[in-house]
Structure formats: C-alpha cells, structure tokens
Design a protein around this ligand. Sequence first.
Ligand code: CP3
Length: 353
Amino acid sequence: MSVIKNRRILDVLSGEPVDKTPVWIMRQAGRYLPEYKKTRAEAGSFLDLCKTPELASEVTVQPIRRFDLDAAIIFSDILTIPDAMGLELKFEDNRGPYFDNPLDNLNDVSSLSNNVNSLEYVAEAIIHTKTKLNNEIPLIGFSGSPWTLSTYMIEGAATKEFRKVRSIVFNNPEMLNELTKKLIKSISEYLIMQAKAGANILMIFDSWGGLLNTNNYVHFSLNPMKEIINNLRNNEVTKNIPIILFTRGGGGWLNKISEAGCNAIGLDWTVDISDARKIVGENICLQGNLDPCALHGTEQSIKDAASKVIDGYGFGHRHIFNLGHGIDQYVNPDNLGVLIDHVKEYSKKYHQN
Ligand code: CP3
C-alpha cells in the first residue's frame, strides 16, 4: 500500500506527535471559491457535479491547490444516500436540497431500497481524487448519521422547527426505528465502499443531533452511530480506519459520545475546547471549533480567534483544527488563507519537545 506523505492528521488520530496542529475545513470545497463556481457551472447543476466523478474530484482538490491543508474531503453530499434509496434528491439554488415526496409512514419506509450500489459514482470520484492527490495528504470520506438523514427524509428539507420529525419521535417511533435500521445498513455499506475506493479517514456528520433530548439522542442518533462504527470495526477494510464523529449541538453529551468507539469528536463552536478536553480525556482527538463567522473578521481578529482555540486546547497532539461548522459562501478565500497559515505558525509552540 502506498504511504501518505503528510501524515499530520493520521498521526494525531493515532496519538503520535506532530510538528504543527493539522487543519482542514468543513465544506472546504464550495461556493466561496470562484473556481468551484466555475466547475459547478460547467457541470450544469450541483447534483450533476456530485454525480460526475471527474468534476467532483476536480472540486475536491481545488482548495488543496490554494491552501496548506492537511486533508482533502471528497466532494459529495450527505443526501446522496436517500437519493440512492429512492427519494429523488432535487436541488434549487435559492432553496438548497429537498425531496418532493418525504416519508410519512411505515409503508413509505418499507418501500425504500436498501442498496447503495448506485452510489458507485462516489467511489469513482474517490479513485479519481486519489490519483490527483498523489499520496500527498489523506482523503476523508463521509456520510450523514442515521438521525440526520432521517430528518431530511421525513421533513423533505431543512425546516425551521423540524416539527414533523420531532413529533414522529414521539408518535411513530416504530417508523423511525425501521428507517434507522435501514439507514444503519446503507451507511455502513456506503462507508466501506468509500474506504475500499481509497478514503483514509471516515467522518459521520450528525448535523441535527442537537434537536433531540438526551435519551432520544442516545436512542435515535448515538446508538445507531455506534452500530455503524461496530460494523466498520468488523469489516476487514475498515477495521482500523480512523473515524470522526460530529454531532452539532452535542456539547452536552461529550462523555457519552466519547464512548461510541470513534477516534475523534468534532466540536461545534459553542463548546469550550479546554472543557471538552477535560471531559473526553486523552484517548480521543478533538476536531474544531472556530466559529465559522470568525472568517468575516479582520486579519487580526481572525488570527486572535484562532489563537484562542489553539490555546484552549493547549499542549498535546490530539487536536485537529477546523471550524465548528461549514465555511459559508460569503467568506473571502484570502481570509481562509490567513487562518490556515496562522494555525500552522502559531501552533508550533505547542508541539516542541
Ligand atoms: O466539506 C466538503 O467540502 C465536502 C462536501 C460536502 C458538501 N455537503 C457539499 C455541498 C459535505 C461534507 C456536505 C455535507 C452536508 N450536506 C451536510 C453535513 C454538514 C453540515 O453542513 O452540517 C448537510 C446537512 C448537507 C445537506 C446540504 N447540502 C444542505 C443543507 C445544503 C444547502 C446549504 C448550502 O450550503 O447551500 C447542501 C448543498 C451543498 N453541499 C453545497 C455544497 C458545496 C452547496 C451547493 C451549491 O450551491 O453549489
């Protein structure tokens, strides 16, 4: 097997020392980059971009050409799984992703396909990307969590209150349990497919876990993610792959999340990273957690905000710098350059022997 040259993130994930805090950025391939907009226009639409491996791999490496990033993340979307399961994914520029016929009842769930073979295009995009990356840095593969995918599949889109899915938690848990079961299977297979194609790290996005109360979070989100992790640990291809788990709004459940079997926990920006470290201990990495809006500040305020996160983590090698959520489309790319260079320079003092 080929050896990746920049191993900072892999080292941090396995507890090895590094020279600087590694960094990558959620949604690093996206609309804040003019070159992304150009390739997306060439593809015709967001979904065509996702489904055309050559172009998806091109936008995956665009941020790598510009910035000193320590990992790439495959360009795709979490909603490709529901699409493959039979809920046709649609996308409109001013609306975002949506499903015309969201799930209402157990029958709708039963008619979903449980086969992710049609997601081959993601595996192909990974293969193209690995060639382009030439083993310089690792590639992150990803999926949404069962709960987060359920919210979109039941609501049809991100909504203001998520009242439909949050009600189903209480008035039709059988339906949600059945959907969760199907998603655990699809997601596990999909992540294994990505690892086979060459993904070096896997991340589960639980973007809407924070909508639930604690016991429902454990039942509908955390335990299903644990099952996925167990499935990955029981597969030859993925048994040792590093896994990052990110529950947005999960700051109050860090002790529970740290028992899920993941190698790193993603933190949103509402969490104090030094408190988080005290809770999860030294066996698990922390990823995050700069407020994405810090990137709308001045050069100095961006550096100051990043320094606070790095100081908050302090000495030690188990921090992957990132934002607390995805970068937004209005960020000036130069500001991201300022951030990344500063993280590299400023963090050195915490990694001297
Ligand atoms: O991080 C990366 O660079 C990889 C690509 C990636 C995208 N979506 C591309 C994308 C990843 C990892 C995702 C994950 C994703 N998608 C999540 C989980 C992370 C999170 O943000 O909480 C969620 C909830 C989605 C669903 C989704 N996709 C929404 C709500 C939207 C609309 C919001 C928006 O930013 O426009 C998308 C569209 C989307 N996914 C875009 C990109 C680059 C913008 C599409 C475009 O107009 O070109």
